[in-house]
Design a protein around this ligand. Structure first.
Ligand SMILES: [Zn+2]
Length: 342
């Protein structure tokens, strides 16, 4: 792995390579963009380019230093992330923490980082710090971090990775050079899914569309749940105003867990988009096998209803995922609102 091998982000990678070639690498970067689109790979690539003795300013990807950077074990490349993320990655055990592992990056972690980068590099002249999920830095940690950004050590490059950069203080954002990472093309994700997860082309494309441009999310998608897609859609389309029993059963089935509800809402969101496309006479829907049903629904549903439906599905998903809403209750509420408006 090298910076040049990061796929699907030509603009971001070109900008970094140009800075490396001209010797104008910034002391702090903010890599902003959705989860799973290559921000972390690019950070690894940049760290390699900055420290590799074999291919300076490019990174060879295979020397001892480059390999240890990719594995996260290079002494001059410091990683920082919330404790919960370390547990998820298997870098720490749940029992290493007295309470629930924190989802925030705390000020003590920032102090530890500052101490490390104040020391001379052990193996290379340049040091790099990679802050994963930088948007989870809490207020105190952000303030501590700001001081470093104001007076950065000359031999250190800080790389902040953030999927929600708006949560960072404007003063932090303005002191970083921003590099944007956009959603990856569906074709690229679909190809990787076919190759690495051995999915058939149609399932791969559907998964790619559902993952919303995130390769990481696409790789983690539950394929069995994708197979249950027809059940989600046909059950939803069969619901009728006044049939409270069916409505509650649907919410009970797909609201059993947070993950199930999130997946069902993603499926319906994509389905609603398909129905709108079918109504506009577009072919090649994501749910290609359900084209007939999509056309039927499009014929009896007004475009403005579909827009409202889509907005409500997304809102419900945000409440469940980001604000810890009770999945079953939120699905019930959503269905009642949708059916009343039909
Ligand atoms: Zn190397």
């Amino acid at each position: 792995m090298t910076l040049a091998s990061v796929v699907g982000q030509p603009r971001a990678i070109d900008a970094l390579q140009a800075a490396l070639r001209s010797g104008s690498v910034h002391h702090a970067y903010l890599f902003a963009g959705p989860e799973g689109v290559g921000k972390e790979l690019a950070a690894i690539g940049l760290a390699q380019a900055l420290t590799c003795p074999e291919k300076p300013n490019e990174g060879c990807g295979s020397c001892d230093g480059c390999s240890r950077i990719a594995k996260g074990s290079h002494p001059d490349v410091t990683w920082l992330m919330p404790d919960a993320e370390r547990v998820e990655r298997g870098l720490a055990g749940r029992s290493d923490f007295s309470g629930t592992p924190s989802r925030e990056i705390r000020v003590e972690q920032i102090r530890g980082l500052l101490e490390r980068i104040s020391l001379r590099g052990l193996e290379s002249k340049r040091k790099v710090a990679i802050v994963v999920d930088a948007h989870t830095l809490n207020q105190q940690a952000q303030n501590a971090f700001l001081k470093t950004l104001e007076e950065p050590p000359s031999d250190t490059t800080l790389i902040l990775l953030a999927s929600a950069p708006d949560k960072l203080l404007p003063t932090i954002r303005s002191r970083c050079s921003k590099v944007y990472f956009g959603p990856l093309p569906v074709a690229l994700i679909s190809e990787r899914l076919q190759k690495e997860r051995k999915l058939d082309p149609q399932t791969a494309e559907l998964a790619a569309v559902m993952a919303g441009g995130s390769l990481g999310r696409a790789m983690a998608l539950d394929v069995d749940a994708l197979a249950a897609r027809k059940e989600v859609i046909s059950g939803f389309e069969a619901l009728k105003p006044g049939d409270m029993g069916a409505l509650l059963r649907w919410a009970e089935t797909f609201g059993a867990t947070r993950e199930l509800a999130e997946q069902a809402l993603s499926i319906l969101s994509l389905w609603t988009r398909d129905v709108a496309l079918a109504g506009a006479g577009v072919e090649r829907l994501a749910n290609r096998d359900l084209e007939t049903l999509a056309r039927e629904v499009a014929e009896r549903t007004h475009e403005s209803t579909l827009h409202r439906r889509h907005a409500l599905l997304e809102k419900t998903k945000a409440i469940i995922v980001e604000r810890n809403g009770a999945p079953r209750l939120q699905l019930e509420r959503m269905l009642i609102e949708l059916l009343e408006g039909r």
